[in-house]
Ligand binder design. Structure first.
Ligand SMILES: [Zn+2]
Ligand SMILES: [Zn+2]
Length: 133
């Protein structure tokens, strides 16, 4: 990979969002590249200022609501068939797009819970969010 490609991984690396192999490769590049080292320092400073990985910190982030397609509050529980579903406070998931912190997308995930068996149902994240942590 070329320097530019590594440079784009900086934010993700600073946020621990890279997988092991990517992080290793990034660190190897970092050892020989002053430009990326300086950029990473700068990125870490920004992250400290904005609050690390807390969903609320991404105020500039696009907010996307994820809803169940088949389940709604008041529906009968598909697991036990006895209880009814009610809403829980939505969960948050933040995804960083590329290297820019401000282009993060914050997914608000609808959560439902069964009144009888207690089973929880979380709306799936849209495909573009990927299934990385
Ligand atoms: Zn570099
Ligand atoms: Zn149930």
């Amino acid at each position: 990979m070329a320097h530019d490609a590594y440079n784009e991984l900086t934010a993700a690396y600073a946020l621990d969002a890279l997988d092991m192999a990517e992080a290793r490769a990034y660190e190897e590049h970092l050892a020989g590249c002053n430009g990326c080292t300086a950029y990473l320092d700068q990125m870490r400073e920004t992250i400290q200022l904005t609050g690390r990985l807390s969903a609320e910190a991404y105020t500039g982030a696009e907010r996307v609501e994820c809803r169940h397609e088949e389940l709604a509050p008041g529906d009968r529980c598909p697991v036990c068939g006895i209880g009814w579903l009610y809403s829980l406070p939505p969960g948050n998931a933040v995804r960083i797009q590329g290297h820019a912190l401000l282009s993060a997308i914050r997914y608000e995930v609808e959560k439902l819970r069964c009144s009888a068996c207690g089973e929880r149902f979380s709306a799936p994240l849209p495909e573009e969010a990927g299934d990385k942590k």
